[in-house]
Design a protein around this ligand. Structure first.
Ligand code: HEC
Length: 214
């Protein structure tokens, strides 16, 4: 045995040992005691690794029952309430979602002259007819959820909370058409005076009315 071999041999052995140890680690990680999805298993009597889902199981957040999901009460009549408190944030969210998902056909005021309609799609009824002004908020929610005539359901695109927010915002659109400044006693007097001045000015100048955003 040469002097050189004597020197390198322990180093070589160490390297092999380290490699083996590392390889062992890797194998352990690969061979875990787990059942792969839908693989066979002899642990359960039926030989299947997958367990049957117990009857009536509902994925979290996926319960499609009750008025908060359908917008209808037990007599199938639209409800006149929201499943959560009405706040400014809810209405702002509703406005934003309405402008994205509904205004292409119903237009931003809800009169039914959206761009798709101008290009030939069936013209929906205006939200400002007597029948729809008197419809409960659950009616609008239900139409979004289930669709109406040629209008498809928007349930796949718009989650439940956003559908309610849109329905609440349609109420704003409707109210906006008939609201009288004198009825808005909640507004501070200086704010009312400012709006009145704006309205007077708009009436005096010909052209389109100023657009209001809440
Ligand atoms: C692709 C165009 C289109 C879009 C987008 C659309 N709608 Fe409609 N909607 C219609 C049409 C068309 C009708 C009338 C359907 C019919 O009479 O066959 C209608 C009807 C309705 C009605 C029923 C009115 C009645 O006469 O009782 C409501 C409420 C309504 N839409 C709300 C919405 C809301 C809210 C959204 C957004 C989530 C929306 N729509 C998105 C086209 C659309």
């Amino acid at each position: 045995m040469s002097a050189e071999t004597r020197r390198t041999r322990p180093a070589l052995l160490l390297a092999v040992a380290v490699l083996l140890a590392a390889a062992g680690c890797r194998q352990n990680m690969h061979n875990q005691h787990k059942v792969k999805t839908l693989a066979a298993s002899d642990f359960f009597p039926d030989g299947q690794g997958a367990r049957p889902i117990p009857a009536h199981t509902v994925a979290r957040g996926d319960l499609r029952e009750g008025w908060a999901y359908s917008g209808l009460d037990t007599a199938n009549k639209p409800v006149a309430q929201l499943p959560f408190p009405l706040t400014r944030e809810v209405l702002l969210r509703g406005e934003q979602r309405f402008n994205i998902y509904c205004s292409p056909c119903h237009d931003r005021q809800g009169t039914g002259h959206g761009m798709i309609v101008q290009r030939g799609y069936k013209q929906p009824t205006s939200y400002h007819v007597e029948r729809l002004r008197n419809a409960p908020v659950g009616y609008f929610y239900n139409v979004i959820t289930e669709g109406f005539g040629v209008m498809p359901s928007y349930a796949p695109q718009v989650p439940v909370a956003d559908r309610w927010a849109i329905a609440a915002y349609i109420r704003v659109l409707q109210y906006r058409q008939t609201a009288k400044l004198a009825d808005l006693s909640v507004l501070p007097p200086e704010r009312r005076r400012a709006i009145q001045a704006e309205l007077d000015q708009a009436a005096a100048t010909p052209g389109p009315a100023p657009s209001h955003t809440p």
